[in-house]
Ligand binder design. Sequence first.
Ligand SMILES: Nc1ncnc2c1ncn2[C@@H]1O[C@H](COP(=O)(O)OP(=O)(O)OP(=O)(O)O)[C@@H](O)[C@H]1O
Length: 375
Amino acid sequence: MSYTAPSDPVNKKPVKVAQLCDLCHCRKAVLKRPKNLQKLCKECFFDVFETEIHNTIVDNKLFHRGEKIAVGASGGKDSTVLAHMMKFLNDKYDYGIQIYLLSIDEGIVGYRDDSLATVQRNQKQYGLPLEIFSFKDLYGWTMDEIVSVAGIRNSCTYCGVLRRQSLDRGAQKLGIQHVVTGHNADDMAETVLMNILRGDVARLEKSTSILTSSKGSPIKRSKPFKYCYQKEIVLYAHYRKLDYFSTECTYAPEAFRGTARELMKNLEVVRPSCIIDIIHSGENLFLKPAAGGRRQGRRRGPGTTSANTTSTTTSTGPVDGSRCERCNYLSRNRICKACMLLEDLDKNRAAVTIETDTSHDGAAKTLRSLERLAF
Ligand SMILES: Nc1ncnc2c1ncn2[C@@H]1O[C@H](COP(=O)(O)OP(=O)(O)OP(=O)(O)O)[C@@H](O)[C@H]1O
């Protein structure tokens, strides 16, 4: 059966009733929402997707008038859509916030340099101010150099810790106290699963928070895409024709996160709502206070070790708002995690001196040399 409404100029060709958008019932559907399998036309998809994010922002009171926010901009799909969305919603609903793009150059040749070129184009497209801070300037190391010394398996640990601190440092330098990131529902559900699988109950409770901050630190972080499916973010970027960088990081993704991702993808095939369901489950988990009134922390079996633990133990009773003895940056421990990691790097660099050349091929060449040396 074909449907042609003479008074409806939206469809140029006749459209079957079964192909019509489930919301407006007049335009042809162009996609099925991965979240709930609803058939939508482009215009209705834009409208529901943008409205849902606006509702998340309003319901959680994420911003206040006059607030300066820094969008963590990597040039990838999530943060590109985030930068576009923040500008779009701020204009449409008059949030009254000032938006900056804040990028961290980790120093990964052939990956981050290309993605930052995308951010520079986005800056012009959206008319937003952009600041870029680099690992090299902040810590004296690029990620390529770190991988050549610490190996590829630890790359995500180093990158995650240093990037997190760099975003905070960058925001502070700009006089901004709120960093907004493009973490989406898939990222959050993966984190919940990972923490469940590792028995990391302390992190589990915090893993679904939309707004986080460390006591004593002036910088808060928020995730307006907490309920957005990754696939819908990609569809939005595609139909809005946004300019984003889509290459995966040169270094291996965090191995265990990859396992959780795989598990979740398999579950999603059977039950598309499982991503949101996992987040809701995480939101409703509350730790019962252990004896002595303290929350239950991470429990480890005998002989287990953490990949994130470095040789120096400095956690001698964290004090909120205190500063790292070495770099003077805010840290709940005597020595901040970034300084502990950098100390290990310096030790390794002193132990092995090799000829490095990361200027053309990035760390891959260095890694091959190291593998030959059986380092
Ligand atoms: N180099 C960076 N500079 C600034 N912000 C970053 C950088 N890398 C990541 N972020 C922020 O952290 C969020 C999560 O990053 P992650 O690398 O885990 O995910 P992603 O899915 O690859 O994100 P994206 O698609 O935005 O690159 C990003 O959406 C972005 O807001």
